[in-house]
Design a binder for this molecule. Structure first.
Ligand code: G6P
Length: 485
């Protein structure tokens, strides 16, 4: 799909054009040869209908370095307002502070977070730029939804620039416990930045609790259960677990073309083998190496061989300029080489490694073909792949093996839960999952599917917007959101 051609309209008097403004590090579109295309994901699916209905504007980085200014453009019924980043800002704000300081720190420091004062100022500067663009784009009294760890200072900055706005913030990744967050030299500034919002949302109750504890410890403000009082202003703090477009996955899984593609995948891999599947961004938080090592243990124990068991690992390259991502890629490729060398036979390898992104139609075919889905993150805000796998299993077969350390595990308790740090324990659990009788698979999968169906990405967006609108407007906002679909 190409962007619509319309030029940007002039800003409205006293404010911008947006009645609902999303501010995220990335735009909801990416460039293809044919122009801009809408990106997949729970955030975009959930918010799109609302943005299309209500004068929607999305402020975000268009990707790339040192690109000149790109003019706002309309695509898929909303205004995209690109924010550009210089090459130095990509290095210091995005790869540096966001992805080498905050990302590892917030993921239980499963890699050592790096604290460099020369990354902090670019983080402030870029947050200011996003806040200024949002302030310019928002109509009087508009709602602004700020997304994720890249932009934690934006709510505070925006409140100072535009006190008339309703400001929401949602963190997609885990919010760490007090002992970890306290390491951050800029901890108070980040907390104060977030407190600029009217609603601060997290994936889990734990995240919300951690935030309130930290505010009580490091700021003059006081909070309890669901709210914090900031100089008499109420900040609502709650969990809003994000989800997927359930019905889209369901529909794709019912499509004869997908079913045929899944049949081909099974035939190519060997019809009598148990197929295990991993689908992740290539990130050290995902425990891909732990998963492969558990698989190695299973084969080494000799109860299974390459003739009856195979792992398909789809790894979408990510942040490939950051050292830790280069290292994890090499580590995984080495592990795959070893296991395939040690246990492979002519025409059959234990691990099929696909280091690329696949379109959702193909992914759903893999979900249908896979007997087991392995989600073994060391830490994960939610993990939408786990939910997508359940949504695709329309016949209630298949087993979801899910790390205890994902946000999804709080909801999907009928999954087979594992501790990915315990490699031999994980190997034993995976073997049990392989042997799980069909009726137990069905009981678990039915309940998992029900759970995912009950709260889709649309419900997430409706709920957030309703809470942001406040008690007086909550129900009508939810209603309007319902209309939008
Ligand atoms: C995580 C973050 C998102 C981010 C995505 C992809 O899901 O929560 O904010 O967009 O990873 O990472 P990238 O660095 O490519 O934007």
């Amino acid at each position: 799909m190409c962007g619509d051609e319309n030029p940007a309209p002039p800003a409205l008097d006293g404010g911008g054009r947006g009645d609902l403004v999303v501010v995220a590090n990335r735009l909801p579109v990416h460039r293809t040869d044919g122009g801009w295309e809408t990106s997949p994901g729970g955030l975009v699916s959930g918010l799109l209908p609302l943005l299309q209905k209500r004068q929607g504007v999305w402020v975000g980085w268009g990707g790339g370095r040192a690109s000149g200014e790109i003019a706002p453009f309309r695509h898929d019924g909303l205004w995209n307002v690109p924010v550009s980043l210089s090459a130095d800002e990509v290095r210091d704000y995005y790869e540096g502070f966001a992805n080498s300081t905050l990302w590892p720190l917030y993921h239980d420091a499963c890699q050592q977070p790096q604290f460099h004062r020369q990354w902090w100022q670019p983080y402030v500067t870029v947050n200011e730029r996003f806040a200024e663009v949002a302030a310019r784009e928002a109509a009087p009294g508009a709602s602004v939804l700020v997304q994720d760890y890249h932009l934690q200072l934006v709510p505070g900055m925006l409140r100072r620039m535009r006190p008339d706005l309703r400001i929401g913030f949602f963190l997609h990744i885990p919010f760490p416990p007090v002992e970890l967050f306290s390491q951050l030299p800029w901890r108070q500034r980040i907390l104060e930045g977030l407190l600029g919002a009217d609603v601060v949302g997290f994936q889990t109750k734990q995240g919300a609790g951690n935030f309130i504890r930290l505010v009580n410890r490091y700021t003059p403000h006081r909070g309890a259960s669901h709210s914090i009082s900031v100089y008499g202003r109420r900040v609502e703090v709650r969990e809003f677990p994000i989800s997927i477009d359930y019905w889209k996955i369901d529909q794709l899984a019912a499509d004869p073309a997908t079913i045929e593609r899944a049949r081909e995948i099974r035939a190519e891999l060997g019809p009598n083998r148990t197929i295990m599947l991993g689908v992740d961004r290539l990130d050290y938080t995902k425990g891909i190496d732990h998963r492969i090592r558990a698989f190695h243990e299973i084969l080494a124990a000799g109860r299974h061989t390459v003739r009856d068991l195979v792992l398909v690992q789809v790894s979408v390259p990510s942040r490939d300029q950051v050292d830790e991502y280069i290292e994890i890629r090499e580590r995984i490729e080495t592990l795959v080489g070893h296991i395939n060398g040690e246990f492979g036979e002519v025409g059959q390898v234990p691990v099929h490694y696909l280091p690329r992104s696949l379109p959702i139609e193909k992914l759903v075919a893999y979900y249908l073909a896979a007997d087991l889905m392995l989600v073994t993150s060391l830490r994960d805000g939610m993990n939408l792949v786990a939910k997508e796998y359940c949504a695709a299993r329309r016949d209630d077969t298949g087993v979801l093996v899910l790390s205890e350390f994902t946000g999804a595990a709080h909801e999907l308790q009928r999954a087979v839960l594992v501790n990915p740090h315990d490699i031999d324990g994980m190997a034993v659990t995976i073997e049990r999952a392989i042997a799980m009788p069909r009726d137990e698979q069905a009981r678990r999968m039915r309940s998992l599917r029900q759970r995912v169906r009950k709260r889709t990405a649309y419900d997430w967006a409706d709920e957030f917007i309703a809470v942001l609108a406040g008690p007086a407007h909550g129900s009508s906002a939810a209603l309007a959101a319902g209309d939008a679909r």
